[in-house]
Design a protein around this ligand. Sequence first.
Ligand code: MCA
Ligand code: AMP
Length: 514
Amino acid sequence: MDSIVEALARHAGQTPQRTALLFEGKTYTYGQLYEEAARFAAGLKKWGLKAGDRVALFLENCPEFVMAYFGTHLAGGVVVLVNTQYRQVELRHILTDSRASLTVTGTVGAAELNRLRSDLPDLKGLVVVGGPGEEANEIPAFDFEAFKAEPTGPVNLAGGSDLAIIGYTSGTTGRSKGAMLLHSNLAANIATVTASWEWTAADRLLLVLPLFHAHGLMVGLHGTIWTGASAEFRRKFEAAAVLESLQQESNLTMFFGVPTMYGRLLEEAAKLAKPPRPLRLYVSGSAPLSRETFNTFEKVFGQPILERYGMTETIMNTTNPFNGERRAGTVGAPFPGQQARVVDVQTRQPLPDGETGEIEVRGPHVFKGYWQRPDATAEAFDPDGWFKTGDLGWRSPDGYYTINGRARELIISGGYNVYPREVEEVLLQHPAVGEVAVFGLPHPDLGEQVVAAVVPAPGQPLPSAAGLAEFCRDQLASFKKPRQVILVSGLPRNALGKVQKHLLRENSGEFEKL
Ligand code: MCA
Ligand code: AMP
């Protein structure tokens, strides 16, 4: 099959009565899901969407997300994924850069976008789940249900080398870049992921990851639809509710999460009188899973977590084996049909096993390039088509990869990426901040937390940590706000003037906290 939406169409044709999704007590069969997606596609075409036009999804997990996602693909459109926590800085950038002409959102999202309307000239319409509300909307807004239309004529399924998704990522230099994923990338990756994890139509996934990122969408939802399986999906993760479902719903077979979720499940499970029921498969990714969590989870839940490694640009890269040793602290080996290697960061030559370098990957899963950024695309690939992941790691002689660092500045907090520069740019606008350096420090729940070292601006009152966090929250996703602020008289710099963040990290305990 050439695309995920083709898999949906096929299952809808062959087994229309089969359950595809469950959400808040309602069941959606393959037949219903396809029909709703086709009606959304018809609405898009009636509205004037052309093949290749971008439709942004700025929406939390709900059935309408799935209908709009597949509907956009059925109409030949390209989906732009937008985290619902994003605020002015991220929204302005993503929506202008992608030139999305339509955004599907909720009532709160619609209000946020209307506030930005003068900065978003390309945005011609909003499709609002729950309706546009009473407020006057400057951007033409439609109710989600009313927007749908009756399909006319045969459907032309997008697939293969057509652009499917733009996922924004990597803001190391300036603003984040849109990773262009083709339908063929999505299909090739999910084919090998589902085969490797022995995912079949008999599986039922408990899906609590957000659908606006690769983990929830391109693994959780895609795998479900590809195999004709089912998923019970939720608006958000809550450890106690997940545990209760694991105990009571005997048809659940799989759970996917980020390490923070596994840590919280363990905390919650400690309160139970009897151990939770083991599922067929628990998968962790998006951030490093500690050995401690891996070991404790196996003891308590009776299953070793399967850890895998992915990226928005490449979807899933490597996996621990489904059958065979799941080795704590490692991310396993490349999925069949995909390649990985470790190269010297300077010479770019492959390194022998055991030596740390940058991990590179190659294969049908690797994205086409960055949206309208040929310079960044050229920089990201070597001449033989290897993609430079920016992750540091090594390979064991028996083929297991271990990630032990990052070649780029990146903080991963609870599975969400935070690029220090973006936070620094916002904090520098605060009148009381003279200079600032943002970096990550270990955090027991989130893995890493955002920390800001601030040099106060002369002649200004000292800022407060809460004030700085609030200042960030106004403009950026709230998970990017500093959780700790330390006060420094100057930033340590090397001879070239570059801030030596490792010194701040190592000595952070010695500085005064705001
Ligand atoms: C929420 N908050 C956070 C985070 N999440 N702060 C730091 N880091 C976080 N990750 C803050 C909110 O801003 C809010 O702050 C407060 O916590 C409560 O918000 P709430 O939504 O209730 O938080 P939560 O439910 O406890 O969320 C924790 C979470 C969530 C469930 C772990 O972060 C999450 O769903 N993470 C998964 C991310 C993910 O899917 N990543 C995959 C990327 P305030 O009260 O101040 O507003 S794809 C990827 O990485 C690749 C492809 C891969 O390999 O998978
Ligand atoms: P994103 O840009 O959100 O797609 O995040 C991708 C990054 O998450 C990768 O480049 C890694 O740094 C990190 N990541 C994903 N899975 C793992 C894992 N299992 N262990 C360590 N880091 C991971």
